[in-house]
Design a protein around this ligand. Structure first.
Ligand code: SF4
Ligand code: SF4
Ligand code: SF4
Length: 264
């Protein structure tokens, strides 16, 4: 690496489409760590902390939210064109997150709650960003892990793209010697969910709801069979699987797509 490259800061943009802003706030609440990497990173666009933006081009864009309307898609496509490394920030962006639950619900069940108040709304089926453009990296979770965001920025500034944590939540959970909630008859999605969150939920005696999306080699069939054996009915299992990552889980096998999409 040349001396010139070493001193060149990573040009970063942080953007949100339809989401709750929680992912972007995760970054702000990391103020001390952000200051630690100030020598490496130049945040050129950020909805909350930068008044004067420079949005011409970026090395990295961290993008929060789900694509649910044409304006979202327009911004996603615009950012893709001027960004070297487009990062899906959080569950909404990576897997479709909670907004994507709507894909599994009959519109007639919620139409009366929303649409009479918003005539003319341009609605699209909620989808994660990679349904429309190439995503180069994922920082999953609802919200994503603050330390993971900082580590990613540090690595990217040094010209490295880190590998995503390859194992399920169970691996980190077992390393912490937690009691297994599944064995206690609770519905934990740890076996099929990508770890990297330090198994924060089961470590605090809470079930994993799968907010980081499915791990690459998720054995969904085995987990569903186990949950049935534990006495959970199909509707309850579906509802849990759909909460954060239904669209990604549906992609694991065509059979599961059909299974998930059958109305409750
Ligand atoms: S992933 Fe969670 S914290 Fe981030 S925008 Fe979606 S709902 Fe909010
Ligand atoms: S509690 Fe959940 S994450 Fe932990 S080992 Fe059991 S199934 Fe896996
Ligand atoms: S344990 Fe599961 S639900 Fe909790 S943060 Fe990790 S992936 Fe998300």
């Amino acid at each position: 690496m040349t001396a010139e490259k070493k001193t060149k800061k990573l040009r970063v943009g942080v953007y949100g489409i339809t989401g709750c802003a929680g992912c972007m706030l995760s970054l702000i609440f990391n103020e001390d760590e952000l200051l630690d990497i100030a020598e490496l990173v130049d945040i050129r666009a950020f909805p909350f902390i930068k008044e004067k933006k420079d949005e011409r081009s970026f090395d990295v864009v961290l993008l929060e939210g789900t694509v649910v309307q044409p304006e979202d898609l327009e911004l996603v496509e615009k950012l893709r064109k001027k960004t070297k490394i487009l990062v899906a920030l959080g569950a909404c962006s990576s897997t479709g997150g909670v907004p994507s639950l709507r894909n599994f619900i009959d519109p007639e069940k919620y139409r009366h709650l929303v649409y009479h108040k918003a005539s003319g709304i341009q609605d699209m089926p909620p989808k994660p960003v990679d349904e429309y453009v190439k995503v180069d990296y994922y920082l999953p979770g609802c919200p994503p892990d603050k330390k993971e965001i900082i580590r990613f920025l540090q690595d990217a500034a040094l010209g490295k793209i880190p590998k995503m944590y390859p194992h399920p939540v169970c691996v980190e959970c077992r390393l912490r010697e937690n009691r297994c909630l599944l064995e206690e008859g609770k519905m934990c999605l740890g076996p099929i969910t990508r770890g990297g969150c330090e198994a924060v939920c089961p470590t605090n005696n809470l079930e994993c709801w799968g907010c980081r999306g499915p791990v690459d080699d998720a054995n969904l069939t085995e987990l569903i069979a186990l949950l049935h054996k534990k006495g959970f009915d199909t509707d309850r299992i579906k509802a849990r699987l759909e909460t954060f990552a239904g669209l990604k889980i549906a992609q694991i096998e065509v059979g599961h797509k059909k299974w998930l999409e059958e109305s409750h």
